[in-house]
Design a protein. Sequence first.
Length: 313
Amino acid sequence: MKVGIVMDPISGINIKKDSSFAMLLAAQARGCELYYMEQADLYLDMATARARMHPVEVEDNPDHWFRLGDAADRPLTDLDIVLMRKDPPMDADYLVTTWILEQAQHQGVMVVNDPRSLRDANEKMFCTWFSGLMAPTLITPSDERLRAFIAEHADVIVKPLHSMGGDSIFRLTMEDPNLSVILETITRRGHSHVMAQKYIADIVHGDKRILLINGVAVPWALARIPASGETRGNLAAGGQARGQALTDQDRNICERVGPVLKKKGLWFVGLDVIGDYLTEINVTSPTCIRELDRAFDLDIGGQLIDALIAHRQ
């Protein structure tokens, strides 16, 4: 089985935390040939999706974790599976990449996650498909509507729609002396939609990351506990990780969301849950495989690769 991956530069990853690396280790352990690509390596020649790709070998060694072979220009149809693991933002270049990968998909390559669904399922807005599971939420570029929402709910989180890792997330009240400038900045003076959600006090117990493979949840969550004085639980923002079993409500959320993910070809997804509320559905490059594997002696990357190989065969 030939498995390609599109990701950010492999030379810059932290292998203790990188889920793409976990997938590569698992695929290699199963005898797959691995090929490494960055976003700029992909292109279309007429109707043929092609890429400059390197054979790659990986090793769970923090001093020397990869070896690249000589690059070759090849059609993506030379591969059986392509893992699309480029981090957000979902900008114009990212969209072009999904179009190229969709062409490869039409030509018989299994692309994970499905390129069309990557475009359709914005990681913040996709939650609104399941509004009964969410805290009060507003998506708008309007200063007036945002102020009314903050006044109604008193304590609100506001965040952009296309970022990750806790970037540009603000906790706001009407008494915040910086309210005006924050709203002006985050909405680009009313030109960019943002998400506002009622603050969920259970964030002090962690922002739970729940991983699903083909719509089925891994039975453990990684609760990301905010650092002292911090609102965000994201590990990239200094949160501390604590593994825990899924609650009844966690399982209820997964049972509601999972079948839709499976139908949309979203093989590997990370749900973010605070308290009893679904807050995000991460479909581009969800993380936390390595942390959960260490905490509970799991092989989540292996579970995913086994499922993909079985489906491809």
